[in-house]
Design a binder for this molecule. Structure first.
Ligand SMILES: CC(=O)SCCNC(=O)CCNC(=O)[C@H](O)C(C)(C)COP(=O)(O)OP(=O)(O)OC[C@H]1O[C@@H](n2cnc3c(N)ncnc32)[C@H](O)[C@@H]1OP(=O)(O)O
Ligand SMILES: CC(C)C(=O)C(=O)O
Length: 561
């Protein structure tokens, strides 16, 4: 039997006929008015709604972040929500410059209770909504356009009448034609105009018209067209704040919000980290940080993003995904080699307070209170840059480029064998065992510079080594200490390269030395030494390279035999 093509169940979202659309040529140059609906839309979508303690913790954090408009609940829905609003007001917990918002359906008893919940507040926004889309008109309400308009208008009249009885509170009004984005634009305009006709906003006392994508059903450009259309056509535009409330059903809520701002939206409602019904509300953190990366300060403070994330996770009982933009555990981490290489070079060249130019990192992790420690992590996808970066950041070891290439093979072998991430400590341990701890067959014991005016060579040296359980005393001379040391060893050594650097400073400072040499006709190999004395460190480095060559030669003989 032929299965029906499932896509035939759906129909394409029609484009908006908007001539001379302006938004594609606009840029966002200032932040919108932010409204957090974490305590309402976010809370109503939780498996376990927040307790008062959690709501209060969340509320206080939103204030710290800098939110000035916070939807604190749906007071007519439950005693818990009602009591929370009362708690905020009665305990005087709402700062002067913060306004609470309360949501209600457009039903008389619910509106009365909602207004009651706010009595005594310095300022409050009553947020009235009813759904206006064809499917709701048909399926949920069974009503005509006129009847639906009447629900909104009568609710608005009642709010207006009730708030007049409490003049000590500065009241504002928000109207949402719920399911706006799937509603005919002429009807959305009609119902919003009818509501504002009742409320009579002024440029000094504006009304909020909130235009949600209650369910996101189109590409973001269509939403932007809808917003620009409304912004052009609504009556009393100068007395309105146009707000958007995007949901994320298609995964494009952030783009929808951004294009909507370009199209004329003044305000955005959303939740931190995109919590909310189904796939969530638009993520305010991402929106704000996106602005930051365009050189626009969002007016919100996410400089300690991990602390914010912790509160949100604890209150919502939902994790933030490790790859969540800006906030996830892994977003400032590079595993792949070429990314690590570019990031490492970027950090090295980035000057303080200069324009940010680190490849692969759209934002400085420090701006979110994240450290650079976790930027580079190593697994089998990584290259030399990553492990070199970690050794330098965590252990102060700055490997020369060719040593990075040589050493990366050792790390790669471990990563491949284990199939898991190799932490910085493990990389260091591998480095120690590959280089610093290569003390067999030759181990450094002591050395002494000797004066010998009869010799042609400027430097003379006595060295003591441990060699296969025996102590070995050798003498040599050369142009410098390393030359003298190599000559004293009496082996066929060709020194190819030498690097040294200090680790730390003051009494605890150490020197690290890296030498690349060829022994007899073997391949060139590196050795590394570390010591509080720079000369000793270089001798240890030579022995490390010699030992590695000898061990390798022995292994080759064993394999061949
Ligand atoms: C998109 C959004 O997120 S909007 C916010 C959604 N949030 C919530 O719904 C959570 C809070 N709500 C609730 O707890 C409940 O809905 C309550 C307590 C407010 C009301 O509960 P109930 O009285 O049982 O009614 P319920 O919400 O099921 O509403 C059904 C009735 O209200 C009508 N209705 C629904 N929304 C609205 C509205 N915005 N304005 C007016 N009437 C509405 C429906 O047509 C239906 O009418 P009917 O009973 O005559 O068929
Ligand atoms: C009530 C409105 C604002 C809403 O939550 C939605 O449309 O998603």
């Amino acid at each position: 039997m032929m299965l029906q093509n499932p896509s035939s169940k759906y129909r394409a979202f029609p484009p908006v006929h908007l001539t001379g659309r302006q938004w594609p040529d606009r840029a966002i140059t200032h932040p919108p008015i932010w409204m957090s609906t974490d305590l309402r839309d976010g809370n109503q979508a939780l498996i376990e709604p927040m307790s008062h303690d959690k709501k209060l913790r969340f509320f206080e954090m939103l204030i710290q972040i800098g939110l000035k408009e916070i939807e604190v609940g749906f007071p007519s829905a439950s005693q818990t929500d009602f009591d929370f609003v009362r708690k905020l007001i009665d305990e005087d917990r709402i700062p002067e410059d913060v306004t609470i918002i309360v949501l209600t359906q457009s039903r008389e008893e619910l509106i009365r209770r909602t207004v009651d919940s706010c009595v005594g507040a310095r300022r409050a926004i009553v947020h009235l909504y009813n759904s206006v889309a064809p499917v709701f008109r048909k399926v949920v309400f069974g009503m005509t356009r006129e009847q639906i308009t009447d629900i909104a208008v009568s609710g608005t009249k009642l709010v207006k009448q009730l708030v007049k009885q409490h003049p000590q509170t500065e009241w504002a009004f928000e109207y949402t034609p719920e399911s706006f984005s799937t509603t005919e634009l002429d009807f959305s305009r009609h119902i919003c105009d009818a509501v504002s006709e009742v409320w009579q906003p002024t440029p000094h006392n504006k009304m909020i018209v909130n235009l949600p994508s209650t369910v996101e059903c189109s590409t973001p450009n269509v939403y932007a067209d809808q917003i620009e259309w409304m912004s052009r056509k609504l009556a009393r535009r100068d007395s309105l704040i146009i707000s958007v409330h995007p949901h994320n059903d298609r995964g494009t809520a952030v783009a929808s919000a951004e294009l909507a701002i370009m199209a004329g939206a003044d305000r955005v409602e959303g939740c931190l980290f995109g919590n909310g019904e189904r796939t969530g509300n638009v993520d305010l953190v991402t929106l704000a940080m996106n602005l930051y990366t365009q050189g626009v300060h969002p007016g919100l403070d996410f400089s300690d993003i991990d602390a914010v994330r912790q509160v949100v996770e604890e209150c919502n009982q939902l994790p933030v995904h490790p790859r969540h933009p800006y906030a996830g555990d892994l977003v400032f981490t590079a595993f792949s080699g070429s990314h690590q290489d570019a990031i490492k070079k970027g950090f090295a060249q980035q000057k303080p307070n200069a324009l940010w130019e680190v490849p692969y990192l759209p934002i400085d992790p420090a701006d979110l209170g994240r450290s650079y420690d976790a930027v580079i992590r190593v697994n089998s996808q990584s290259g030399k840059g990553g492990m070199a970066y970690l050794l330098e950041q965590e252990f102060g070891l700055s490997l020369p480029r060719r040593l990075q290439i040589e050493f990366s093979r050792a790390v790669q072998a471990v990563a491949d064998a284990s199939g898991r991430e190799i932490a910085a400590k493990e990389i260091h341990a591998i480095f120690c065992s590959e280089y610093f701890d290569q003390t067999s067959p030759y181990a450094y014991s002591a050395h002494k510079m000797v004066e010998d005016s009869s010799s042609d060579e400027p430097v003379q040296i006595d060295i003591t080594l441990a060699h296969r359980q025996a102590s070995l005393s050798l003498q040599g001379g050369g142009n410098g200490p390393i030359d003298a040391f190599v000559n004293a060893l009496g082996l066929d050594i060709k020194l190819m390269d030498y690097h040294e650097h200090a680790i730390g400073s003051g009494a605890n400072a150490k020197a690290a030395c890296y030498v690349e040499l060829r022994l007899a006709n073997g391949p060139t190999m590196f050795g590394a030494g570390i010591d509080s004395n720079i000369v000793t460190a270089s001798f240890k480095a030579v022995l490390s390279a010699v030992n590695r060559q000898l061990v390798r030669a022995e292994q080759e003989v064993a394999v061949a035999g």
